[in-house]
Design a protein around this ligand. Structure first.
Ligand code: AMP
Length: 206
């Protein structure tokens, strides 16, 4: 199964992709995670994209397309994959058509107000990557490894708003582009509630 997770930043694409990856043994390919890892490791790519991510803007299409194209050539993608955060523009979606055939696009629907609240309250552990929310976790340090939690630069309210604008303008046209392949779910509930219909749909598709 070749899948795409579509939805605004903060709609829960990453969480859904992790569930699918574990239940259906598919690699979870998050372009955002790949960029963040490169930034953390101080690679040439990381240095190139850091300021773009911090501002909530999009990395140039060509660079992102090449990255995904190479990643999909790896052996673990033979039986399928889940793309999370790619494609994000029509140019990327059109390029993807040339090197992969997509079976289904899972769209998570969530109002922007809920997303703003979710993302701006998010705190991450810079050491182990665990993610918390200020509404449910009041501590300043990670429960798993005790590192001081941080707010990702791109989770600051101002940047969240910029990211949502970018989504509306550049990414939401993909809903029309993929209209025949979309399976839409409501993202307001708990991760498990959101995932239940997705799991059922994918099991039937298999
Ligand atoms: P994400 O974790 O998916 O929200 O991605 C974090 C950031 O990485 C985005 O705000 C962009 O700056 C960059 N990024 C991730 N995926 C893409 C993509 N497909 N095209 C361009 N930029 C991307």
């Amino acid at each position: 199964m070749n899948l795409i997770m579509l939805g605004a930043p903060g709609s829960g694409k990453g969480t859904m992709a992790k569930f699918i990856s574990s239940d259906f043994s598919l690699p979870h390919i998050s372009t955002g995670d790949i960029f963040r890892k490169n930034i953390k490791d101080g690679t040439e790519l990381g240095n190139k994209v850091k300021s773009i991510l911090d501002a909530g803007e999009l990395v140039p299409d060509e660079l992102t397309i090449d990255l995904v194209k190479d990643r999909l050539k790896e052996a673990d993608c033979k039986n399928g994959f889940i793309l999370d955060g790619f494609p994000r523009t029509l140019v990327q979606a059109e390029a993807l058509e040339k090197f992969a055939s997509i079976d289904s696009v899972i769209l998570i629907d969530l109002p922007f107000e809920v997303i703003e609240e979710r993302l701006s309250g998010r705190r991450s552990c810079p050491s182990c990557g665990e993610v918390y929310h200020t509404s449910t976790y009041k501590e300043t340090n990670c429960q798993k490894c005790d590192a001081s939690l941080i707010q990702r630069e791109d989770d600051k309210l101002e940047t969240v708003r910029a990211r949502l604008k970018v989504y509306e303008k550049q990414t939401s046209p993909l809903i029309e582009f993929y209209k025949n392949k979309i399976f839409k779910v409501e993202g307001k509930g708990t991760p498990e509630e959101t995932y239940a219909p997705v799991k059922k749909f994918l099991k039937e598709m298999k």
